[in-house]
Design a protein around this ligand. Structure first.
Ligand SMILES: Nc1ncnc2c1ncn2[C@@H]1O[C@H](COP(=O)(O)OP(=O)(O)O)[C@@H](O)[C@H]1O
Ligand SMILES: [Mg+2]
Length: 355
C-alpha cells in the first residue's frame, strides 16, 4: 500500500514526528494528528474542526463532549471516512484514514446522530438485511440478529415496524445495525439525544455491557455532561473546533479549585462574607443579594467551621449548599460559558442541606 498517494489525496498528511511509534505499535485504535475540516457556503468559510490531535487506546470508551456546533459530528464523519479532512492525518482501526478508507469502513461501526433504521421496515428484517449487506449468510444473519436483539433488549420486537418503537428501542435498534458485523471500534453520535432520563440510563447500561462483553472500543459524541461523566473512561472536551481539555472525569474535575459553598443568610450578608473569607483555604468569595458563594478545598470539612463562625457572629443562616465540581465547572473555567445552556433534559442535582 502506498500511503503517501491515497486515492484523491489533496491535502498533504502531516507526518508523525521522527521517533513517534505508529498507532499499531502503541496499541491504538484511533490516532489523529492535525485533523481539520472547513466548509465553504455561499463564499463564507466555516472552520468546523481546526486541527485536532488525539489518541484512543483499544478497549477504551471515550467521549467527545461539547456544545452544539462544536464540530463533533464533523469529526466523527471524518473518522468514519464519510467526509474528507481538509488537512491532517489519522489511523483508525489500524488503517490509514486517507490511503485506506475501505479498510477503515470494514472494521468500524457507525451509529449516526439521526439513526439509520428505515421507519417502515420490521425490526428483525432490518437487522438481518444489514447483516446480509456485510456478507453474512441467511442463517448467520438470523443468528446474529437474534443475539443482538437479546443483548440490546429488543427480543420479541422483530415483527414490529421501526416507526412504532419507543425512542429508546429505536436507538437500540440503530446500535444493533451499527454492530451486526462485530466491529472492533464503534462510533456513536449523540446516542441518547432526545431520550427521557430513564431510557438514557438504560442505553448507557447497554453500551457498557456491549463494551465489556465484546471488548470493543467505543468513541461517542455527547453534549450531555452527565452522560460523559457516567459513561466514559476518558473525555475529550471540545469547543469551536478544538480540543480544550482531556482526561478522566475525575482528572478534569480536579482542575477546578475545590468545592463550591453557597450560603444564604437572613441579614448582614457583608459580615457573612468576611466570615467566609476567614475560613482556611477559602477563595473566590462573592456576594449576590443575601447569598455568599466561595470555594474551599473540601466543602464537607469547611461546613462545621462555617456554622460555628456564623453562630459566634450571631448571623442567621437560612440555607447552605455544598457542590462538588462538575464537568460544567470545568467547561465554564475553560471557555467562560456553561455547557448546560444546551442541556434541557438533565436536572441539576445538588446536595442541599436546609439550616
Ligand atoms: N455540510 C456542512 N456545510 C456547512 N457547514 C457545516 C456542514 N456541516 C457542519 N457545518 C458547520 O460546522 C460546525 C460544526 O458542526 P457539527 O460538526 O455538526 O457540530 P456538532 O456535531 O458538535 O453539533 C457548525 O457551525 C455547522 O454549522
Ligand atoms: Mg452533532
Amino acid at each position: 500500500m502506498n500511503r503517501s498517494k491515497g486515492p484523491g489525496t489533496k491535502a498533504e498528511p502531516r507526518r508523525a514526528p521522527p521517533g513517534e511509534r505508529s498507532a499499531r505499535e502503541r496499541g491504538l485504535m484511533i490516532q489523529v494528528r492535525g485533523l481539520a475540516r472547513s466548509f465553504t457556503l455561499r463564499g463564507q468559510t466555516v472552520d468546523a474542526v481546526r486541527g485536532i490531535d488525539f489518541d484512543v487506546a483499544a478497549g477504551e470508551l471515550v467521549g467527545f463532549l461539547g456544545p452544539n456546533g462544536a464540530g463533533k459530528t464533523t469529526t466523527l464523519r471524518m473518522l468514519t471516512t464519510l467526509l474528507r479532512p481538509t488537512r491532517g492525518s489519522g489511523t483508525v482501526a489500524g488503517c490509514d484514514l486517507l490511503a485506506d478508507p475501505q479498510g477503515v469502513r470494514r472494521r468500524i461501526g457507525y451509529v449516526a446522530q439521526g439513526g439509520s433504521a428505515w421507519p417502515e421496515s420490521k425490526v428483525g428484517e432490518e437487522i438481518e438485511l444489514q447483516a446480509r449487506l456485510y456478507g453474512l449468510s441467511k442463517t448467520e444473519a438470523r443468528q446474529r440478529g437474534a443475539l443482538l436483539a437479546e443483548r440490546l433488549d429488543l427480543s420479541g420486537l422483530d415483527q414490529r415496524l421501526a416507526k412504532t418503537l419507543s425512542g429508546g428501542q429505536r436507538r437500540r435498534l440503530d446500535i444493533a445495525l451499527g454492530m451486526v458485523h462485530e466491529p472492533d471500534l464503534v462510533f456513536l453520535d449523540e446516542p441518547t439525544s432526545g431520550l427521557d432520563p430513564q431510557s438514557r440510563a438504560n442505553l448507557w447500561d447497554h453500551v457498557r455491557r456491549m463494551r465489556a462483553e465484546q471488548g470493543m472500543t467505543v468513541f461517542l459524541t455527547t453534549h450531555y455532561l452527565d452522560e460523559a461523566d457516567a459513561l466514559c473512561d476518558r473525555i475529550l472536551v471540545t469547543d469551536e473546533g478544538t480540543i480544550v481539555a482531556e482526561g478522566t472525569p475525575d482528572e478534569l474535575k480536579d482542575r477546578v479549585a475545590g468545592d463550591s459553598v453557597t450560603v444564604e443568610v437572613a441579614d448582614r450578608v457583608a459580615e457573612a462574607a468576611e466570615v467566609a473569607c476567614g475560613l482556611p483555604g477559602a477563595h473566590e468569595v462573592t456576594v449576590v443579594a443575601e447569598t455568599v458563594r466561595f470555594r474551599v478545598p473540601r466543602g464537607d470539612a469547611a461546613l462545621p467551621d462555617l456554622l460555628r463562625a456564623l453562630d459566634s457572629h450571631r448571623i442567621t443562616m437560612t440555607s447552605v449548599k455544598v457542590n462538588r465540581p462538575t464537568l460544567d465547572d470545568v467547561f465554564l473555567g475553560l471557555t467562560g460559558r456553561s455547557l448546560r445552556d444546551g442541556e434541557a433534559a438533565t436536572p441539576v442535582t445538588e446536595a442541599t442541606h436546609a439550616a
